[in-house]
Design a protein around this ligand. Structure first.
Ligand SMILES: [Zn+2]
Length: 496
């Protein structure tokens, strides 16, 4: 009889600590279900039901009025979930409901001009009528250059615009502003979230460069002064771009990457990483479209560590072993093929698609198959299948989803999910803000009786989203970022 009392108090009165979540050890995930099975086993309250099924008769009869537990529970050979008992938290859903996958387009600033940039963003980000058709209303952020030290032949845009008109913050490699005000504006409103290195330093003679540490210092001081804090860095260009640093030491080819070499006059990661760069794409090809996780710890030559990340750049490799690059608008149709998108949804994966959306001198910026490919992607987003978002948000979510540590307690008929910390193995554990954990979603038997807290502070109610079952279970989550479809495009008379 004593044991029965203990069971009842544990189930009904007690705070039965149960679930701790941390994605580090997760096995392959067959669905949005993620770690449901694991978490259900770890849930002690669930266990207390299963271990004492026959004990319930006497005690529940005695306290039935108080608990409101229906007699059906007692006669079931296995426990059933009902609304009169504390909800059960089963574990995390990999992506915010209702999405099955997450995708970002990561577009390099090569040959960017304001004309092309505005056409692209009005089409992808807004819902207005644009020269490319009705806007798609997607969250997409671009990359940019601080400097233009490029002397390659060719044109940057239609009308034989010279390479010197490539969009950059400063004029050439000087300290004179060029598109500074506009780029600053785009960073602030979220149309830019990535540094495509400090600048375009590609030279005809790859043994020469206009990059210097002085330019890195000037760039970081300027960005900080304007409140521009970017977290994503993508390496760029030919061997003149000595400020690259992600793959130094990988093969002799990458010896030119001097940005993280403390003995080099081009060293800058002692400034760039503390400034706030967390995610680095190190100039490596990948033909894997969807991945379980996009991030991996990347140790730099100076001993610092950042998150490296993958981008899909090519569809396979040719006979010589070279990547079949498809990261221009002419390859967008192949990149965002129906098969790729289906596979992404089926496998519940992340994808970061490398592009050069402004990379051609095509008059309409995007050829028709590229426009249709983006429409195909937008449809998957609007149907609630693929969450399309900017690269920095995807990468932050990836870290949080993979390394969140949480506990579940039960009290007064409610379940409390306490987000304890993000156990980031690269930058160190931290207690997240609400914005850090946007999108985190938990399966629960009863969302209305489940509370999400950071430590012991509830998430504000207007940021909570309760979801019906997706076929696995109902869920509750912290709302994802609202999509901003405002047309932020600006022009300036002296900028092409
Ligand atoms: Zn580039």
């Amino acid at each position: 009889m004593k044991a029965k009392t203990v069971w009842l108090s544990a189930a009904v009165w007690f705070i039965a600590a149960g679930v701790t979540g941390c994605g580090v050890d997760r096995g392959p995930e067959p669905g949005g279900a993620a770690d449901v099975a694991v978490k259900a086993v770890a849930n002690e309250t669930q266990n207390s039901f299963t271990t004492a099924p026959s004990a319930s008769t006497g005690t529940q009869a005695a306290q039935g009025g108080a608990t409101g537990a229906p007699s059906a529970v007692q006669s079931q050979p296995y426990p059933v979930v009902n609304t009169h008992v504390s909800p059960k938290v089963y574990g995390m859903r990999k992506f915010p409901y209702p999405y099955e996958a997450m995708l970002a387009i990561s577009s390099d600033a090569d040959s960017e001009t304001l004309r092309k940039f505005n056409l692209i963003h009005e089409f992808i980000n807004t819902t207005e009528m644009t020269p490319l058709g009705k806007g798609l209303g997607l969250d997409f952020a671009d990359s940019f250059f601080m400097y233009n030290g490029d002397n390659l032949p060719g044109y940057v845009d239609i009308h034989h615009e010279p390479m010197s008109d490539e969009l950059s913050w400063f004029k050439g490699v000087s300290n004179q502003p060029y598109a500074a005000a506009i780029l600053n504006h785009y960073i602030h409103v979220g149309w830019i979230d990535t540094m495509h290195t400090f600048g375009d330093f590609s030279q005809r003679n790859q043994n020469e460069t206009l990059f210097s540490r002085k330019l890195a210092i000037q760039a970081i001081d300027t960005l900080k002064a304007d409140g521009d804090f970017l977290t994503v860095w993508t390496d760029h260009g030919n061997k003149s771009n000595v400020d690259n640093f992600g793959d130094y030491g990988k093969t002799p080819f990458y010896d030119y990457q001097q940005g993280a070499n403390p003995w080099s006059k081009y060293y800058h990661t002692d400034l760039t990483i503390p400034y706030g760069i967390r995610f680095v794409w190190p100039d490596g090809a990948s033909d894997q479209f969807g991945m379980r996780s996009m991030i991996y710890p990347l140790k730099l030559p100076d001993g610092r560590e950042v998150w490296g990340f993958w981008r899909y750049t090519s569809e396979g490799f040719n006979a010589k072993g070279d990547p079949e690059w498809n990261w221009t608008p002419f390859g967008l149709d192949e990149q965002l093929s129906p098969a790729h998108l289906e596979e992404l949804e089926r496998d519940h994966d992340y994808a970061i698609v490398a592009q050069h959306l402004c990379g051609t001198t095509y008059p309409g910026v995007l050829p028709q198959p590229a426009v249709e490919a983006l429409r195909r992607l937008a449809q998957q987003y609007h149907e609630g299948k693929i969450l399309v978002t900017r690269t920095s948000r995807l990468l932050n979510y990836n870290v949080v989803q993979q390394y969140v540590s949480y506990r579940v307690t039960y009290e007064g008929g409610k379940a409390y999910i306490h987000i304890m910390a993000i156990l980031d193995p690269v930058f160190g554990a931290y207690v997240p803000t609400v914005d850090d954990v946007r999108g985190l979603t938990f399966y629960t038997s009863n969302p209305a009786k489940t509370v999400i807290e950071i430590r012991n502070t509830p998430i504000p109610a207007d940021l909570i989203q309760e979801n019906r079952s997706d076929g696995v279970a109902p869920s509750i989550g912290i709302k994802w970022w609202p999509v901003d479809t405002t047309n932020y495009a600006e022009t300036a008379p002296d900028i092409y």
